[in-house]
Design a protein around this ligand. Structure first.
Ligand SMILES: *[C@@H]1O[C@H](CO)[C@@H](O)[C@H](O)[C@H]1NC(C)=O
Ligand SMILES: *[C@@H]1O[C@H](CO)[C@@H](O)[C@H](O)[C@H]1NC(C)=O
Ligand SMILES: *[C@@H]1O[C@H](CO)[C@@H](O)[C@H](O)[C@H]1NC(C)=O
Ligand SMILES: *[C@@H]1O[C@H](CO)[C@@H](O)[C@H](O)[C@H]1NC(C)=O
Ligand SMILES: *[C@@H]1O[C@H](CO)[C@@H](O)[C@H](O)[C@H]1NC(C)=O
Length: 325
């Protein structure tokens, strides 16, 4: 009997603590819901491209060449002023002079992999005029036709007349995307950042990062550069896994991504004759047997005999396997 008050007290404290517990849980639930709502609000504020990047490539920095394109895109009647340039002159493909492919004079300056030493240098072009077109979200890009059979709809979307300079540029880009790759080339055009990430992950796996050449805007397009110490072999631990993506001339950001069997990538610190310092991505091709011999005259070697390299201009992206830091 003497225990009864204690029992009542125990019951009471239990009841009180249950009650407190319930109140506390309620408060926690409300807090959690609020936090979740805030988080999802923050997520909706994030452009879908960034959201996708973070989900597939966490702990990987997005190079400036890509981050500056992740802005509200030019949808519909966009700003087409970037089409004034001649696409052929803007073409940086190594294969401009590839046999059978026409095109203007190559703007790429080649060098030999064995000459890639600190203190060596020559004339390179690292700055490029690329279009200002930004990425659309994948959802939007996939809702817009991108095919030569849909040219009338595409031109209508941008209020362009068939035969206009802009219409010709759009056609060139679509033709390039629909063309067969050259021997040994695996290619795909990415009409959104999300689809570029997917293609890179499909080709190289998910343990990847994107690198690019970054040039100060004031830099002269072509100038003498000297290699500084600190070169990094981006293919060192793994063999020849590189996907290169080049921006095409189009109302929104479209990249031509291609992979070859035998290429290597390097990050090379350079100093320009005007004093600027640049970290440039060098791509070296170990199989050049199919290349136009003209490229090799200047290098004084025969096609297919020795690895030949070129720097990626700013704006182009190389996807490589993530480096061990
Ligand atoms: C269109 O592009 C030009 C230069 O490329 C730029 O100065 C202008 O601000 C752009 N206009 C819009 C509406 O984006
Ligand atoms: C696009 O270019 C191709 C090849 O140059 C040509 O055959 C085709 O007629 C062009 N299409 C349009 C709509 O201009
Ligand atoms: C970009 O284009 C402008 C105007 O067409 C030209 O003056 C400039 O030299 C070009 N820059 C590069 C890096 O090609
Ligand atoms: C670049 O280097 C070459 C040879 O080393 C030299 O003839 C040329 O004058 C240099 N150009 C500039 C702009 O420094
Ligand atoms: C970079 O790494 C690749 C792959 O291991 C290797 O074949 C190549 O010789 C290396 N390059 C240099 C300059 O050491």
């Amino acid at each position: 009997m003497g225990f009864l008050p204690f029992r009542i007290f125990a019951f009471f404290t239990l009841y009180i603590s249950d009650f407190l517990y319930l109140v506390l849980m309620r408060i926690l639930t409300i807090l959690r819901l609020t936090l979740m709502a805030m988080a999802s609000y923050a997520t909706t504020l994030l452009p879908p491209q960034l959201h996708y990047w973070n989900s597939i490539l966490p702990d990987t920095t997005m190079p400036k060449a890509l981050s500056q394109l992740v802005q509200p895109g030019l949808v519909g009647k966009g700003n087409l002023s970037f089409f004034s340039q001649d696409a052929a002159r803007n073409c940086w493909c190594v294969f401009v002079n590839y046999k059978g492919k026409s095109g203007g004079p190559s703007q790429v300056f080649f060098f030999l992999e064995k000459d890639m030493h600190p203190g060596n240098g020559k004339k390179y072009r690292l700055a490029k005029n690329s279009t200002r077109a930004t990425f659309l979200s994948r959802k939007t890009a996939e809702s817009i036709p991108f095919s030569s059979s849909k040219m009338p709809q595409i031109l209508h979307q941008y209020s362009l007349k068939p035969g206009s300079v802009e219409a010709i540029r759009i056609n060139e880009t679509i033709q390039e995307c629909e063309s067969q790759g050259i021997i040994g080339e695996k290619k795909q055009c990415a009409t959104s950042l999300e689809s570029m990430i997917d293609y890179a992950a499909f080709k190289l796996g998910r343990n990847i990062e994107a690198v690019s050449t970054e040039v100060e805007k004031a830099a002269a397009a072509v100038q003498n550069y000297t290699i500084s110490p600190g070169m990094k072999n981006l293919s060192a631990a793994y063999k020849n896994k590189v996907l290169v993506c080049r921006k095409l001339n189009y109302p929104y950001a479209v990249f031509y991504c291609h992979a070859f069997q035998s290429i290597r990538a390097y990050m090379v610190p350079l100093r320009g004759s005007d004093g600027i310092t640049v970290k440039a991505v060098a791509i070296c091709h170990t199989d050049t047997s199919e290349w136009n011999p003209k490229i090799f005259q200047d290098l004084k070697v025969k096609p297919g005999t020795i690895p030949v390299c070129h720097f990626l201009p700013d704006g182009d992206i190389a996807w490589v396997l993530k480096q061990k830091h």
